[in-house]
Design a protein around this ligand. Structure first.
Ligand code: IDP
Ligand code: MG
Length: 131
C-alpha cells in the first residue's frame, strides 16, 4: 500500500471538475483518505515546488497556483504513486494519453488540472507539507 498526494489545481476547481477527477482515481481502486480545499500561500508553494523555484516558468506557475483554491487529496492504494501519474497523463495535455485527466480537461502545459507525487520520497515529503 502506498499513499500519494494529488492536487486538483485552480483551473480544474474553477471548471467544477472536482467530482469527475476524484472519480477517475476511485475507478482505479484508489481510496480518498483525506482532502481539503484551500487557497495556497506562496511559502507552501515554494516548498512544494522546491525543485522548480529557479525555473523560468516558476513565477507564472506560482501565480496560477494562487489564482484560486486548490484541493489537496491523500490517496491510498496499491502502487498509488505510479497509478496516479498514469491516470493524470503527461505534463503537457497535448502529449497525454487519451482518457487521462490532462487529456480530457487540461488546457496547456501549465494549466493541466492535477498534480501527482513523482516518487515515494516525494509523496511522503509533500503529504507532510499539505496535511
Ligand atoms: P508534473 O506535474 O507532470 O510532475 P513537472 O515537470 O514536475 O510536471 O512540473 C510541475 C508543474 O509545473 C506542471 O504540472 C505544470 O503545471 C508546470 N510546468 C511544467 N513545465 C512547464 C513549462 O514548460 N511551462 C509552464 N509550466 C510548466
Ligand atoms: Mg512533478
Amino acid at each position: 500500500m502506498e499513499n500519494t498526494l494529488v492536487l486538483i489545481k485552480p483551473d480544474a476547481v474553477e471548471q467544477n471538475l472536482i467530482g469527475r477527477i476524484l472519480m477517475k482515481y476511485e475507478e482505479q481502486g484508489l481510496v480518498v483518505e483525506d482532502l481539503h480545499k484551500r487557497q495556497v500561500d506562496r511559502a507552501l508553494l515554494d516548498q512544494h515546488y522546491r525543485d522548480h523555484v529557479n525555473r523560468d516558468f516558476y513565477p507564472e506557475l506560482a501565480e496560477f497556483m494562487s489564482s484560486g483554491p486548490v484541493v489537496a487529496v491523500r490517496l491510498k492504494g496499491i502502487n498509488a504513486i505510479e497509478k496516479v501519474r498514469k491516470i493524470n497523463g503527461a505534463t503537457n495535455p497535448k502529449e497525454s494519453a487519451p482518457g487521462s485527466i490532462r487529456y480530457m480537461f487540461g488546457s496547456d502545459i501549465q494549466m493541466n488540472c492535477v498534480h501527482g507525487s513523482e516518487s515515494k520520497m516525494e509523496a511522503e515529503r509533500e503529504l507532510t507539507l499539505w496535511f
